[in-house]
Design a binder for this molecule. Structure first.
Ligand code: FE
Length: 198
């Protein structure tokens, strides 16, 4: 998919810098502290985190139940969090089933669970993805090469500054003998966004 962003993204970046400047002027933060916190956060932010969450959920029914009801709380089991030293974002994990497939988007800008997936791909931020996945999700999935069973419904979850989503993919068939580490290795970033099967 192609798309243009930069307009909204650039204005958001400008907004963030403006807020940073205000906070610094009022002595609430200094830029060195902010840089250190951001760098530490980004160093830990990786799709491998989301993959570990999915693998644990496939293997451990108790963890899965807690993950689906209170994702923020259950992340601590894996030493993960949605805060990363910065403001904690609310996470909701949505589980794919035979009947319902989930996809995440931020229609307004590019909100994304960076702590669990790393920086978002360019297409996620594109105007084309953000507008079309809501209107015609099945066509968008097909463009990703994902032919979803026509009998499976699609739910699209729209993220916001405070609320982020993560898809729990279905565990692939034939993986009964794999351990958590091996299962995690099967999980892809696109699977956790919902634009690919695992
Ligand atoms: Fe956003």
């Amino acid at each position: 998919m192609s798309g243009e962003h930069g307009g909204p993204a650039a204005s958001i970046a400008a907004e963030v810098r403006h807020v940073e400047t205000l906070l610094e002027q009022r002595g609430l933060v200094n830029s060195a502290e902010l840089d250190t916190a951001l760098q530490a956060f980004l160093a830990r932010a990786n799709p491998a985190n989301g993959a570990r969450v999915a693998a644990r959920a496939w293997l451990d029914a108790d963890f899965r139940a807690r993950l689906l009801t209170d994702a923020n709380e259950s992340l601590a089991d894996l030493g993960l969090s949605m805060g990363g030293g910065l403001q904690e974002q609310r996470l909701k994990v949505v589980q794919n089933t035979e009947d319902v497939h989930n996809v995440i988007v931020c229609t307004l800008c590019s909100c994304y669970p960076i702590a669990l997936l790393g920086p978002s791909p360019t297409w996620y931020k594109s105007e084309a993805y953000r507008s079309r996945v809501v209107r015609e999700p099945r066509a968008v999935l097909a463009e990703f090469g994902f032919a979803l069973d026509p009998a499976t419904a699609i739910t699209v979850w729209d993220a916001s500054a405070e609320s982020r989503y993560l898809v729990l993919p279905r565990r692939p068939a034939g993986t009964e003998n794999l351990d958590e580490h091996e299962l995690a290795a099967l999980v892809t970033r696109n699977g956790l966004i919902g634009v690919a099967a695992i």
